[in-house]
Design a protein around this ligand. Structure first.
Ligand SMILES: Cc1cc2nc3c(=O)[nH]c(=O)nc-3n(C[C@H](O)[C@H](O)[C@H](O)COP(=O)(O)OP(=O)(O)OC[C@H]3O[C@@H](n4cnc5c(N)ncnc54)[C@H](O)[C@@H]3O)c2cc1C
Length: 347
């Protein structure tokens, strides 16, 4: 890093930037250098720059899936590429959006255009560009179910490539961008494919209940979005009021044998069968069973109502969030023999 140019002499590169407003946990950290990427040309400028091109980089979207435990020494690329458009592709609509667009605003915009299919993913914070990184999912739907392709620029080669679904290797809260392309491939644009023949996805228990309670048998896409928004507001703390990164741990996926073993000891275990014969366990239930609700380490706490969510209760530092998370992992492992994997990216 010492060989980097004097940022003050380079247009567009900001120095010593406070990252507190740029991470939903509100954790204190600073970026030594930050550049806003608003177009392909901005990114090419960085990649082709004699010094910045070689420097280590960190890609930042909306900061809603991050735990910042230290100041960031790499050059922070804050992705702010704008733009939305709707393309007619015969039986489907294609919604194309710049990576810097807010995901939730894109969902609402698509609905306003009369284009349905994203409503179950309403109110997920963050940017469009980060959505494929962990294959965002909620209420019975994942990004991969509506994904067409994306454009990404490889920071090593400087090449702009289009990747389809296969190449992204989507999994549960996972993709190639969390694996071998982690940190080296900047997503600039995402295309979603939404069938014109819309079918509501209402299998998820909470949505099923919302429909029953409303008495509406044939909900519109906007109605489903409103249910999702209301359920999420009731369950999850708003990061604008209490810092958090949503679910802190992935729901562990285990074999049938392991699932049966845990049920034999804890018959109330919340678990869901998967198509491949394995079972998804509710991480929040495991944490709650170990008595973690409301417990704290320094300013970091486990949410009083939702054990899966860690919050910044009182000027927490990233290290305190991490210590709390590790203590939870250790106690869940000691009691159930199950390893919880964090969902947010720890830096
Ligand atoms: C209250 C709350 C609720 C949430 N609910 C859900 C939920 O229901 N389902 C769910 O899946 N997630 C949920 N999340 C997590 C989060 O919203 C998503 O993971 C979101 O996609 C993160 O977007 P971001 O722009 O904030 O990414 P960031 O936090 O900025 O970055 C996350 C990762 O993606 C990388 N990245 C970011 N942008 C790009 C890019 N353009 N190109 C390449 N890499 C990039 C970063 O380097 C980092 O590794 C929730 C978070 C909060 C705070």
């Amino acid at each position: 890093m010492e060989s980097l140019p004097d940022a003050k002499s380079v247009p567009g590169v900001e120095c010593d930037v406070d990252l507190r407003p740029y991470n939903s946990f509100g954790l204190p950290a600073r970026a030594r250098r930050l550049v806003r990427i608003r177009s392909d040309a901005d990114l090419r400028w960085v990649v082709n720059h004699p010094d910045w091109g070689r420097a280590a980089k960190f890609i930042l979207g909306g900061g809603s899936n991050l735990v910042l435990t230290q100041d960031l020494k790499p050059l922070v690329l804050k992705v702010e590429v704008p733009g939305r458009r709707l393309l007619d592709a015969g039986d489907d609509w294609i919604v194309e959006a710049g990576a810097g667009e807010r995901w939730h605003e894109l969902v609402l915009w698509a609905l306003e255009q009369g284009v349905a299919g994203l409503e179950n993913l309403a109110l997920i914070p963050g940017t469009v560009g980060a959505a494929p990184v962990q294959n965002i999912g909620a209420y019975g739907l994942e990004l991969k179910d509506r994904f067409d392709s994306l454009e990404t620029l490889d920071l090593m080669s400087g090449r702009l490539v289009t990747l389809g679904k296969e190449a992204c290797h989507f999994g549960y809260r996972d993709s190639v961008f969390k694996q071998h392309l982690a940190g080296r491939s900047v997503i600039l644009r995402v295309r979603l494919r939404l069938p014109k023949r819309w079918r509501p996805e209402l299998d998820y228990l909470d949505l099923h209940r919302a429909r029953e309670a409303s008495g509406i048998s044939d909900p519109t896409p906007r109605q489903i979005a409103d249910w999702v928004i209301a359920i999420r507001r009731a369950k999850l703390p708003d990061p604008a009021e209490v810092g958090n990164a949503g679910s802190f741990f992935k729901n562990p996926i285990v074999s049938e044998a392991v699932c049966r073993e845990v049920i034999a000891r804890d018959p109330h275990l919340v678990h869901y069968p998967l198509d491949d014969g394995r079972f998804k366990l509710a991480a929040g239930w495991l944490i709650d069973a170990c008595g973690w609700k409301g417990k704290s380490v320094g300013g970091a706490s486990v949410h009083e109502k939702q054990a899966l969510v860690l919050i910044n209760k009182r000027e927490a530092r990233g290290a305190e969030v991490l210590t709390l998370a590790q203590a939870i992992q250790a106690s869940v492992f000691a009691r159930f023999g199950i390893r919880l994997e964090p969902e947010p990216v720890v830096v």
